[in-house]
Ligand binder design. Sequence first.
Ligand code: FAD
Length: 476
Amino acid sequence: SPALLWFRQDLRLADNPALHGVAERPVLPVWLLDDAAAGRWAPGGAARWWLRQSLAALGAGLAARGAPLLLARGRAEIVIPALAAAIGATEVHAGRLHEPWARERDHRVAEALEASGRRLALHTSAVLREPGEVMSGSGKPYAVYTPFAKSLAARGEPEAPLPAPARLRPVTAPPPGEALDSLGLYPVAGEPDWAAEFPTLWTPGEAGAQTRLARFLAGPVGAYATGRNDPGTEGTSGLSPHLHWGEISPRQVWHAVRQARPGPLTDSWPFLSEILWREFSYHLLWHRPEMPERALRPRYAAFPWQPDARLLRAWQRGRTGYPIVDAGMRQLWRHGWMHNRVRMIAASLLVKHLLQPWQAGAAWFWDTLVDADLAANSASWQWIAGSGTDAAPYFRVFNPVSQGEKFDPAGRYVRRYVPELARLPDRWVHRPWEAPEAVLREAGLALGRDYPRPVVDHATGRQRALAALATLRADA
Ligand code: FAD
């Protein structure tokens, strides 16, 4: 009998277990925009740009194989059972999602399908292992990364990826769908297109993901252990948005890396362990669904944040006066992405020096990152804020000047994104407020006019952060 194939965050044809399961049957592939169910975790602006391009690519791939993608909009528990009924499908296949809102929705969809004798079949697609499969010896979820990663690795290498089907059988009378343009994705007609530069960097879709992977394997992977910390060069894979939307699966990435570097696993571990950090964050989100909203460590619930719209705005706009942070925030705005090292420094400045709640930073990232991912974003912000289960201790306050000098010593990254500072000598590029007047004049820079002085001085910010921490009682 025909099957409904519901694409969500697995926008690919190769290594797609849900698709593989129905490839012999007449199939109706569908993608549904259901912002109401996602609520505040509906895709943000940058993600909506990505999604639109990615759906166009997926649609073309499916059409070429004979089963065009149907686009729909509305509440899943109504639309999905109605589509299944319309084509006479008894089964709906999809990749399993881990976001709390999506799990609740899947529950409702499964119930609605069961009421008419149908079923929702969920396949492992977004992760290497599902959360229930990796538990501690005492049957509990892991709260700390290292034992989690060891336990996962001890289960052996992931299974080989599945091939993409060469042909698909369409259903005989597919119901009408929506046009891609009518879904209200980005850019929005009549509004300025702030994503204008995105296409110069990103090619959403399965083919773009494979090209990105090949580029990484042909170069940066060899020096990843050190290159990953240099924001001024392309030292990382840039696969995060492709992985988020499932245009490539973690096990495809895993096996491609293993094939490209057939030596011992330890050679590839610096990179593969990042894939496991992603995995860890998905497992955490599954076991601790409150993670996007609330501190995982109870004592942090009482943290004395000092919300201040002006400070938050300065951070968002890349006008904190700390060059490495401002470069990162402007990279984010222009390119929808920020280097991991700089994400850490920028996030730390917001929650420590500026005492702004991590949720405010996470919300900005949610709207501006093309790789915005509820699991990775919430876990990373809680890690920085000290409130995560396996977090950097709050009292370790990054110094944005020495971090900049260590990881961007020649100021390449800063100069690219903060052109006001381009003509400062290396020595001052991370501390312009200390440069002698003559140097500033020579560089054509008037501090306070062209570029701000630091919103808060490092020593003061650090002291204030530690004083705030001291108000918390010990962990319960
Ligand atoms: P690579 O270094 O090439 O790593 C390969 C892959 O491993 C990445 O694509 C990503 O899927 C995964 N990965 C790497 N680091 C992490 C990590 N710390 N946690 C989880 N997965 C990781 N990553 C997101 O995908 N989405 C987010 O919304 C997100 N928000 C973040 C917020 C903060 C405050 C911080 C500090 C980090 C955040 N990260 C997030 C993690 C990390 O910064 C990005 O995954 C990484 O920069 C993406 O670039 P890349 O693909 O070149 O990474």
